[in-house]
Design a protein around this ligand. Sequence first.
Ligand code: COA
Length: 389
Amino acid sequence: MKIGIDKIGFYSPHVYVDMEKLAEARGVEPAKFTIGIGQSQMAIAPITQDSVTLAANAALQIIDEEDREKIDFVIFCSESGIDHSKSGGVYVHQLLGLNPHARAVELKQACYAATAGIQMAKGHIALNPESKVLVLGTDIARYGLNTPGESTQGAGAVAMIISANPHVMELEQHNVYLTNDIMDFWRPIYSDKAFVDGKFSNEQYILFFNKVWEVYKEKSGLELKDMEAICYHLPYTKMGLKALRTVLDEASEEVQERLLKNYQTSTIYNRNVGNIYTGSLYLSLLSLLENADLEDGSRIGMFSYGSGAVGEFFTGVLQLNYRDYLIKESHQQLFNKREEVTVEKYEEIFEDVLPADGSDIELDISKDPATICLSGVVDNKRQYVNKNR
Ligand code: COA
């Protein structure tokens, strides 16, 4: 039985800052951000969006009535969770009006969690072929104003439905994974901003990629030439390129050119959104599928990395007429409708956070065009609104 991604949708908030303008404001050469880091625009989450609303808005792009009935497992993957106890998946389940006979949980392992989510979903479908699983990778990347990580922030979510006989991409076997306890990036529970050892993190990312790729080749018997493209977790778009370059000489010039060209296509969306942590690898896949026009049957390599750290390499095969099941137009509209804000406004939005002591607050959701918004906090409970219900 084939199991894989049946639908894939994406959401990012309606405001962004231009990276050249951010560079100027920080006294940095704009080319450092646009070429050295590889980012053009950075999505910013207003106070009315959190990991729950981003995930729910992404899922709204793809689910229909049949999905609402058949989804019996919601896997919410995030490192920007809103509660130490209650899963973000429970809120999303309610906001989308899913069948009550469903499981809802939250998974965490930095940017890797959504990969664990889709693999867990695959196991669930193998046992329950009639059901569907909703996997959400949703995050707000915050390093802080004027920090080295600032240029690699972002906000957004990817929602995927995993099912039997998927329309978009079958998930293949031979996954290779690796865990090692390192401190390259972490966020202690008392901090709303991440701590990162950026250079060490870059090194470890590449090391993990090299290690899983070596074992993958032995286990699967496949090589670079068997991949039409490789998608990477993209904390910033230069990162995957650095990893890809370390193995390119294993392939002919023709294959190298193909992989480099498809790599660039796989970074278009990420370049204009920034890091969305758990969703970044899947945003890159979406960027590739919606902009590259690959043939049915193409094999895509996927490298997932979550600091701390866990890495995984796996592959997927594009299904017959997969293009008919993508929603490129609605993603284009989402990008077209976004509004640029000045660096001053971005800083204001960044600093506008919920009261840390849990006091009540009412938020103005009239300026947020998203269907699902956070409207406030009452008695320590976040209040969510689905404007369509
Ligand atoms: N034109 C073109 N490129 C330029 C440039 C210019 N004017 N100025 C600098 N650059 C290049 C540098 O050569 C470097 O390229 P390289 O990495 O290919 O060598 C790149 O821009 C970044 O410059 P660097 O000085 O290394 O930047 P930095 O010290 O400010 O830190 C990060 C960059 C990525 C380490 C930092 O943003 C960070 O820590 N981000 C978070 C990392 C992360 O997300 N890790 C977690 C998960 S994987």
